[in-house]
Design a protein around this ligand. Sequence first.
Ligand SMILES: Cc1cc2nc3c(=O)[nH]c(=O)nc-3n(C[C@H](O)[C@H](O)[C@H](O)COP(=O)(O)OP(=O)(O)OC[C@H]3O[C@@H](n4cnc5c(N)ncnc54)[C@H](O)[C@@H]3O)c2cc1C
Length: 190
Amino acid sequence: MGENPWQPLLQTFEKLSNCVQTHLSNFIGIKNTPLSSSTIQNPISFDSSSPIVTNNSNLQKLPLKDKSTGPVTKEELGRATWTFLHTLAAQYPEKPTRQQKKDVKELMAILSRIYPCRDCADHFKEILRSNPAQAGSQEEFSQWLCHVHNTVNRSLGKLVFPCERVDARWGKLDCEQRSCDLHGTSSMDF
Ligand SMILES: Cc1cc2nc3c(=O)[nH]c(=O)nc-3n(C[C@H](O)[C@H](O)[C@H](O)COP(=O)(O)OP(=O)(O)OC[C@H]3O[C@@H](n4cnc5c(N)ncnc54)[C@H](O)[C@@H]3O)c2cc1C
Protein backbone atom coordinates (compact mmCIF):
# COMPACT_ATOMS: atom_id res chain seq x y z
CA MET A 1 0.00 0.00 0.00
CA GLY A 2 1.32 3.51 -0.87
CA GLU A 3 1.74 6.21 1.76
CA ASN A 4 -1.37 8.20 2.70
CA PRO A 5 -1.17 11.36 0.51
CA TRP A 6 -2.65 13.46 3.37
CA GLN A 7 0.08 12.36 5.82
CA PRO A 8 2.49 15.31 5.30
CA LEU A 9 -0.39 17.79 5.60
CA LEU A 10 -1.68 16.13 8.77
CA GLN A 11 1.81 16.09 10.28
CA THR A 12 2.29 19.79 9.56
CA PHE A 13 -1.10 20.56 11.10
CA GLU A 14 -0.23 18.52 14.18
CA LYS A 15 3.08 20.38 14.62
CA LEU A 16 1.34 23.74 14.29
CA SER A 17 -1.33 22.75 16.82
CA ASN A 18 1.30 21.62 19.31
CA CYS A 19 3.24 24.84 18.80
CA VAL A 20 0.18 27.05 19.45
CA GLN A 21 -0.79 24.88 22.44
CA THR A 22 2.74 25.15 23.88
CA HIS A 23 2.80 28.96 23.54
CA LEU A 24 -0.57 29.37 25.25
CA SER A 25 0.34 26.89 28.00
CA ASN A 26 3.65 28.60 28.70
CA PHE A 27 1.88 31.95 28.89
CA ILE A 28 -0.66 30.97 31.53
CA GLY A 29 1.50 28.33 33.18
CA ILE A 30 -0.35 25.08 32.51
CA LYS A 31 1.68 21.93 31.94
CA ASN A 32 1.29 21.04 28.29
CA THR A 33 0.80 17.55 26.87
CA PRO A 34 1.27 17.59 23.10
CA LEU A 35 -1.59 16.20 21.02
CA SER A 36 0.68 13.39 19.87
CA SER A 37 4.38 12.82 20.07
CA SER A 38 4.49 10.31 17.25
CA THR A 39 5.93 12.76 14.75
CA ILE A 40 8.23 14.64 17.14
CA GLN A 41 11.36 12.68 17.78
CA ASN A 42 13.44 15.39 19.45
CA PRO A 43 12.22 16.88 22.74
CA ILE A 44 13.11 20.43 21.68
CA SER A 45 10.73 23.06 23.03
CA PHE A 46 9.13 25.29 20.46
CA ASP A 47 9.37 29.03 20.42
CA SER A 48 9.12 31.49 17.60
CA SER A 49 12.90 31.57 17.19
CA SER A 50 13.62 27.83 17.17
CA PRO A 51 13.00 25.70 14.12
CA ILE A 52 10.75 22.66 14.41
CA VAL A 53 13.03 19.63 14.37
CA THR A 54 11.54 16.31 13.35
CA ASN A 55 14.50 13.99 13.05
CA ASN A 56 18.16 13.71 13.86
CA SER A 57 19.40 14.44 10.34
CA ASN A 58 17.68 17.85 10.53
CA LEU A 59 19.81 18.71 13.55
CA GLN A 60 22.75 19.23 11.21
CA LYS A 61 20.75 21.94 9.41
CA LEU A 62 20.33 24.06 12.56
CA PRO A 63 22.08 27.45 12.46
CA LEU A 64 25.70 27.19 13.60
CA LYS A 65 25.23 29.82 16.35
CA ASP A 66 25.26 28.08 19.72
CA LYS A 67 22.35 29.63 21.63
CA SER A 68 24.01 28.94 24.98
CA THR A 69 26.81 31.41 24.29
CA GLY A 70 27.11 34.92 22.92
CA PRO A 71 24.91 37.96 23.37
CA VAL A 72 21.22 37.59 24.17
CA THR A 73 18.32 39.30 22.44
CA LYS A 74 16.05 41.92 24.03
CA GLU A 75 13.35 39.24 24.27
CA GLU A 76 15.63 36.71 26.02
CA LEU A 77 16.83 39.37 28.44
CA GLY A 78 13.19 40.37 29.10
CA ARG A 79 12.07 36.79 29.78
CA ALA A 80 15.01 36.19 32.13
CA THR A 81 14.39 39.43 33.99
CA TRP A 82 10.65 38.77 34.39
CA THR A 83 11.51 35.25 35.65
CA PHE A 84 13.81 36.77 38.24
CA LEU A 85 11.28 39.43 39.29
CA HIS A 86 8.21 37.15 39.48
CA THR A 87 10.21 34.53 41.41
CA LEU A 88 11.42 37.22 43.79
CA ALA A 89 7.81 38.34 44.30
CA ALA A 90 6.67 34.74 44.92
CA GLN A 91 9.46 34.29 47.45
CA TYR A 92 8.85 37.64 49.15
CA PRO A 93 7.70 37.32 52.78
CA GLU A 94 4.07 37.78 53.84
CA LYS A 95 5.30 40.28 56.39
CA PRO A 96 8.40 41.96 54.95
CA THR A 97 10.79 43.97 57.06
CA ARG A 98 11.09 47.72 56.51
CA GLN A 99 14.45 47.03 54.84
CA GLN A 100 12.92 44.49 52.41
CA LYS A 101 10.21 46.97 51.35
CA LYS A 102 12.89 49.61 50.82
CA ASP A 103 15.01 47.10 48.84
CA VAL A 104 12.14 46.40 46.40
CA LYS A 105 11.64 50.11 45.72
CA GLU A 106 15.37 50.59 45.22
CA LEU A 107 15.68 47.53 42.99
CA MET A 108 12.92 48.83 40.71
CA ALA A 109 14.45 52.31 40.64
CA ILE A 110 17.87 50.84 39.81
CA LEU A 111 16.37 48.64 37.07
CA SER A 112 14.73 51.70 35.55
CA ARG A 113 18.17 53.33 35.36
CA ILE A 114 20.54 50.55 34.36
CA TYR A 115 18.40 47.86 32.71
CA PRO A 116 20.63 46.96 29.74
CA CYS A 117 18.12 48.06 27.08
CA ARG A 118 17.88 51.84 26.98
CA ASP A 119 14.32 52.06 25.57
CA CYS A 120 13.02 49.43 28.00
CA ALA A 121 14.63 51.22 30.97
CA ASP A 122 13.14 54.58 29.95
CA HIS A 123 9.76 52.97 29.41
CA PHE A 124 9.93 51.24 32.78
CA LYS A 125 10.84 54.52 34.48
CA GLU A 126 7.68 56.07 33.05
CA ILE A 127 5.59 53.10 34.21
CA LEU A 128 7.04 53.36 37.73
CA ARG A 129 6.19 57.05 37.86
CA SER A 130 2.48 56.29 37.56
CA ASN A 131 2.68 52.91 39.38
CA PRO A 132 5.14 53.21 42.29
CA ALA A 133 6.33 49.84 43.59
CA GLN A 134 3.99 48.29 46.16
CA ALA A 135 5.55 45.65 48.36
CA GLY A 136 3.76 45.77 51.69
CA SER A 137 3.14 42.01 51.51
CA GLN A 138 3.84 39.05 49.23
CA GLU A 139 0.44 39.36 47.58
CA GLU A 140 0.70 43.10 47.10
CA PHE A 141 4.13 42.79 45.48
CA SER A 142 3.22 39.92 43.12
CA GLN A 143 -0.04 41.64 42.06
CA TRP A 144 1.69 44.97 41.52
CA LEU A 145 4.39 43.25 39.43
CA CYS A 146 1.78 41.40 37.38
CA HIS A 147 0.08 44.74 36.75
CA VAL A 148 3.26 46.52 35.59
CA HIS A 149 4.26 43.51 33.46
CA ASN A 150 0.81 43.77 31.83
CA THR A 151 1.42 47.47 31.19
CA VAL A 152 4.57 46.48 29.26
CA ASN A 153 2.64 43.66 27.53
CA ARG A 154 -0.08 46.07 26.39
CA SER A 155 2.42 48.56 25.02
CA LEU A 156 4.02 45.76 22.98
CA GLY A 157 0.64 44.52 21.71
CA LYS A 158 0.95 41.26 23.71
CA LEU A 159 -1.74 39.35 25.59
CA VAL A 160 -2.63 40.60 29.06
CA PHE A 161 -1.93 38.00 31.76
CA PRO A 162 -4.79 37.14 34.18
CA CYS A 163 -3.26 38.28 37.49
CA GLU A 164 -5.43 35.93 39.54
CA ARG A 165 -3.28 33.15 38.00
CA VAL A 166 0.05 34.65 38.97
CA ASP A 167 0.61 32.22 41.87
CA ALA A 168 -0.14 29.28 39.58
CA ARG A 169 2.32 30.52 36.93
CA TRP A 170 5.16 31.49 39.25
CA GLY A 171 6.25 30.14 42.60
CA LYS A 172 8.92 30.01 45.21
CA LEU A 173 12.28 28.65 44.16
CA ASP A 174 12.34 24.88 44.36
CA CYS A 175 14.93 24.62 47.13
CA GLU A 176 15.45 21.71 49.51
CA GLN A 177 13.70 22.18 52.85
CA ARG A 178 12.70 25.71 51.79
CA SER A 179 16.27 26.80 52.56
CA CYS A 180 16.01 29.60 49.97
CA ASP A 181 12.99 31.29 51.54
CA LEU A 182 13.34 34.93 52.51
CA HIS A 183 12.41 35.69 56.07
CA GLY A 184 10.22 38.60 57.01
CA THR A 185 9.51 40.33 60.25
CA SER A 186 9.31 38.58 63.53
CA SER A 187 8.01 40.36 66.62
CA MET A 188 11.67 41.30 67.34
CA ASP A 189 11.98 43.40 64.17
CA PHE A 190 9.77 46.26 65.32
C1 LIG B 1 11.33 45.93 33.10
C2 LIG B 1 11.16 45.50 31.66
C3 LIG B 1 10.80 46.43 30.70
C4 LIG B 1 10.70 46.03 29.36
N1 LIG B 1 10.40 46.98 28.42
C5 LIG B 1 10.39 46.63 27.10
C6 LIG B 1 10.17 47.61 26.10
O1 LIG B 1 9.97 48.80 26.39
N2 LIG B 1 10.22 47.20 24.80
C7 LIG B 1 10.46 45.88 24.44
O2 LIG B 1 10.49 45.56 23.25
N3 LIG B 1 10.65 44.94 25.40
C8 LIG B 1 10.63 45.27 26.70
N4 LIG B 1 10.84 44.31 27.66
C9 LIG B 1 10.90 42.88 27.26
C10 LIG B 1 9.45 42.32 27.16
O3 LIG B 1 8.68 42.65 28.30
C11 LIG B 1 9.43 40.79 27.02
O4 LIG B 1 10.18 40.22 28.06
C12 LIG B 1 9.96 40.26 25.71
O5 LIG B 1 9.29 40.90 24.63
C13 LIG B 1 9.72 38.72 25.59
O6 LIG B 1 8.31 38.52 25.72
P1 LIG B 1 7.59 37.12 25.90
O7 LIG B 1 6.33 37.20 25.09
O8 LIG B 1 8.51 36.00 25.66
O9 LIG B 1 7.11 37.03 27.43
P2 LIG B 1 7.51 37.92 28.67
O10 LIG B 1 6.73 39.21 28.62
O11 LIG B 1 8.99 38.03 28.80
O12 LIG B 1 6.93 37.06 29.87
C14 LIG B 1 7.54 35.83 30.25
C15 LIG B 1 6.44 34.93 30.79
O13 LIG B 1 5.83 35.57 31.90
C16 LIG B 1 4.44 35.25 31.98
N5 LIG B 1 3.71 36.52 32.03
C17 LIG B 1 3.36 37.35 31.02
N6 LIG B 1 2.74 38.43 31.50
C18 LIG B 1 2.71 38.29 32.84
C19 LIG B 1 2.20 39.10 33.89
N7 LIG B 1 1.60 40.25 33.67
N8 LIG B 1 2.35 38.64 35.17
C20 LIG B 1 2.93 37.46 35.42
N9 LIG B 1 3.46 36.66 34.47
C21 LIG B 1 3.33 37.07 33.20
C22 LIG B 1 4.11 34.43 30.74
O14 LIG B 1 4.06 33.07 31.15
C23 LIG B 1 5.29 34.68 29.82
O15 LIG B 1 5.54 33.59 28.99
C24 LIG B 1 10.95 44.69 28.99
C25 LIG B 1 11.30 43.76 29.99
C26 LIG B 1 11.42 44.15 31.29
C27 LIG B 1 11.82 43.16 32.35
